[in-house]
Design a protein around this ligand. Structure first.
Ligand SMILES: N[C@@H](CCC(=O)N[C@@H](CS)C(=O)NCC(=O)O)C(=O)O
Length: 215
């Protein structure tokens, strides 16, 4: 049977010209590129060299007044913030509603993980990697404590379900995967969280999985 709705959406995706302003080492950008790859969307990347301060340029701040990458441009639509971009791509280009399912309970769970992704994930793994790998200033002990807190939360959830928002992978897993995997690679004590490591390994088997940044 031909699904006309699906075909129309697919056509929209093919005809769109998606551009992502990003930086190759950015985990927030990696989330977006992962979903695009899993949805089989073609997306042009535009590098913004945040190391040399390109994100502070007048033209970039015009695009995103918060001066942060990633930023998605889809025709006349500009979306900033990785979570808003994930939501947009899922609503616009995932007609089967795999990544942001229609049922309210799952949507609520995804929003809860988005909040943790903008909170504990940033004060923990993002900050810790920044200090250790990217030479950013910060309190390493605090970042480590926050990282352990997040791993504990992930582990408790994964005791109850194979994926963060239930029985199938969703945007919640995409939002949390990149920085969790990057920090697990760096910090040996995180190997004490086998459920989290198993979840990372499961995620890496999903069709369209995109390899992590080099460091
Ligand atoms: N909440 C934002 C955070 C984005 C973010 O922090 N991006 C970093 C790179 S990964 C950035 O642009 N940093 C620029 C700066 O540090 O001034 C999101 O999820 O997109």
């Amino acid at each position: 049977m031909i699904d006309l709705h699906h075909d129309k959406e697919h056509l929209v995706a093919i005809m769109s010209h998606l551009q992502l302003y990003y930086f190759p080492l950015s985990g927030h950008s990696h989330k977006v590129l992962t979903l695009a790859s899993m949805l089989d969307l073609s997306i042009e990347t535009v590098t913004v060299d945040i190391k040399s301060g390109e994100h502070l340029s007048e033209s970039f701040v015009h695009l995103n007044p918060a001066a942060r990458i990633p930023v998605l441009v889809d025709g006349d639509t500009v979306i900033t913030d990785s979570h808003a971009i994930l939501f947009y791509l899922a609503q616009q280009y995932d007609p089967a509603r795999v990544w942001y399912p229609t049922d309210l309970a799952t949507q609520v769970e995804i929003q809860r993980w988005f909040a943790l992704s903008a909170g504990e994930l940033c004060t923990g793994p993002v900050a810790l990697r920044g200090i250790r790998v990217l030479g950013k200033p910060g309190n390493e002990a605090h970042a480590m404590q926050q990282t352990l807190r997040l791993f504990s939360l992930l582990s408790t959830q994964l005791e109850q379900s194979p994926w963060l928002a239930g029985v199938t992978p969703t945007l919640a897993d995409i939002a949390l995967y990149s920085y969790t995997a990057l920090i697990a690679r760096l910090e040996p004590s995180l190997r004490d969280y086998p459920r989290v490591l198993d979840w990372l390994a499961r995620f890496e088997q999903l069709p369209g999985y995109r390899a992590l940044p080099a460091k």
